[in-house]
Write a protein that binds this ligand. Structure first.
Ligand SMILES: Cc1cc2nc3c(=O)[nH]c(=O)nc-3n(C[C@H](O)[C@H](O)[C@H](O)COP(=O)(O)OP(=O)(O)OC[C@H]3O[C@@H](n4cnc5c(N)ncnc54)[C@H](O)[C@@H]3O)c2cc1C
Length: 439
């Protein structure tokens, strides 16, 4: 039987970073079910195009991980200033909506401004997250309290309904703080009545690899790492005897385990699970995102991506990947990614395409359908984890049941949260450090 100190499940950024942190200090073995490493931060090559699982842009927030990521990429990166827009009522305004109301039709603008001011005056702490006894405030209430009726009606509610595919009066707002920009009244007013484009939010500047798509990052993280096994899926786990059963490797005995695969499904692989684990993990929910990547005859737009809150568009966002790097497509061609969400169910690709192509022409992303020269669907079955009262109750209990049995569950899906690439790298390194300290 194979033996190791640390078994790492998943070769995405969290798993690879954990392996990197342990390298040369502790015996580890990383198993990845796919034939390649990278997880969601992977890229697929097709006839001269390089497609990601939707836009994967590096916004860096911490010195250690930011420096590491840029050092690993060497000179293979561009630094870009976000150029993101919202398509609404036949016009486009810059992102974030709430801080860029200038170009909207007058009626919509005045509803948004007056609603915002009324909300601001009504709520003595508008930006704080309210809690009931049981759970954080729900999104539909939070957005009305913070942004008012107009901004909620035209953007926050329809856009988030499309993205999350979950009732907004059950979705809690505890994921919002880092991701939803919150301007002050002065900023909202200035940007509504004088054209003053505001760059707010978590990603006004970001990095992207010059070559090879986002796959360049996991490839650089993995360089020089041994004991990475692709095509090796964790199939079941005996946590009492600390033995994992891995496709193509067989039984692997471990002392500690770092999990980065989706927590809900990881829990389902445990034989004779601790009391309550199955029931708790059944309370975790997620949506699915279906990314239609397109190669097209050149577009003239310099935009990075556009949000589409209106229901007539099936997709919630459409991006032009070649505006991150021209190297993602052959000369004279552009590469687009179009994101549509479902509530965890499958999407009928053929039916969706008809609606999407019509929407892309109407939304001004392409001139005509015949400009499309390449097409690749990439589905993300577990894409955004749902924040609700069930998650709030179940998650801490699941993580502590696992930790008591030598299992640390980390990363976007292991820790079951809304997070970004750098955070997975950070958690992988920190978890490795914790295990080294524990001895
Ligand atoms: C639509 C979308 C857009 C995004 N855009 C951005 C962005 O612009 N910028 C940003 O910073 N972040 C973005 N993210 C988030 C980013 O993708 C993640 O934070 C990061 O890639 C997660 O890395 P991870 O290692 O935690 O998880 P993952 O990448 O999911 O890695 C987990 C790994 O586990 C493997 N696995 C699963 N089951 C098993 C099994 N049974 N046995 C073995 N292996 C298994 C999987 O194949 C996978 O490789 C986006 C996410 C989505 C869904």
């Amino acid at each position: 039987m194979t033996e190791t100190d640390v078994l790492i499940v998943g070769g995405g950024l969290a798993g690879l970073s954990a392996a990197r942190g342990l390298r040369g200090k502790k015996k580890y073995l990383l198993v990845e079910k796919e034939a390649r490493i990278g997880g969601l931060a992977s890229s697929v090559s097709r006839n001269g195009f390089t497609f990601d699982y939707s836009g994967h842009l590096l916004h860096l927030h911490w010195k250690e991980t930011g420096d590491l990521i840029l050092r690993l990429l060497k000179n293979n990166h561009f630094k870009l200033k976000r150029n993101a827009w919202i398509h609404l009522a036949g016009v486009e305004v810059p992102y974030p909506f709430q801080a860029n109301l200038y170009g909207l039709p007058e009626k919509i603008k005045s509803e948004c401004v007056s609603g915002f001011l009324a909300a601001y005056n009504n709520s003595h702490k508008p930006y704080a997250l309210g809690h009931t006894q049981k759970s954080p405030e729900v999104f539909s209430r939070w957005t009305r309290r913070v942004f008012g009726e107009g901004i909620s009606k035209y953007f926050m509610l329809p856009y988030n309904a499309k993205l999350w595919q979950y009732p907004l009066d059950r979705l809690t707002a505890d994921w919002c703080a880092p991701f939803v920009p919150m301007p002050e009244p002065r900023e909202v007013l200035e940007a509504a009545y004088a054209r003053k484009k505001r760059a707010m939010g978590y990603n006004p500047v970001f990095y992207y690899p010059e070559r090879d798509g986002i796959q360049a990052l996991p490839d650089a993280l993995a360089a020089g790492l041994k004991d990475i096994h692709t095509g090796c899926q964790l199939e079941s786990l005996d946590i009492k005897n600390k033995t994992a059963f891995i496709r193509r490797l067989g039984a692997v005995k471990y002392k500690s385990l770092i999990n980065t695969m989706p927590l809900k499904y990881f829990a389902g692989l445990i034989k004779s699970p601790p009391d309550g684990l199955r029931k708790l993990s059944a309370r975790l929910r997620h949506n699915s995102v279906h990314v239609l990547n397109l190669g097209v005859k050149g577009t003239s737009s310099k935009k990075h991506w556009t949000y589409f809150p209106e229901r007539e568009f099936l997709f919630y966002r459409a991006g032009i990947a070649t505006n991150f790097s021209r190297n993602l497509a052959p000369k004279g061609r552009d590469s687009l990614y179009i994101e549509t969400a479902t509530d965890g169910g499958k999407l009928d690709h053929a039916a969706a395409e008809k609606n999407i192509f019509r929407g892309l022409v109407k939304g001004g992303i392409i001139k005509r359908e015949s400009d499309i020269v390449e097409k690749l669907w990439l589905d993300i079955p577990c894409a955004y984890v749902i924040y609700d009262a069930d998650r709030n109750k179940a998650l801490p209990a699941i993580l502590s049941l696992l930790k008591a049995r030598g299992i640390r569950s980390i990363g976007r899906y292991g820790a079951w949260k809304y997070s970004f690439m750098e955070e997975s790298v950070k958690e992988g390194l920190e978890t490795a450090r914790e295990l080294l300290i524990a001895g």
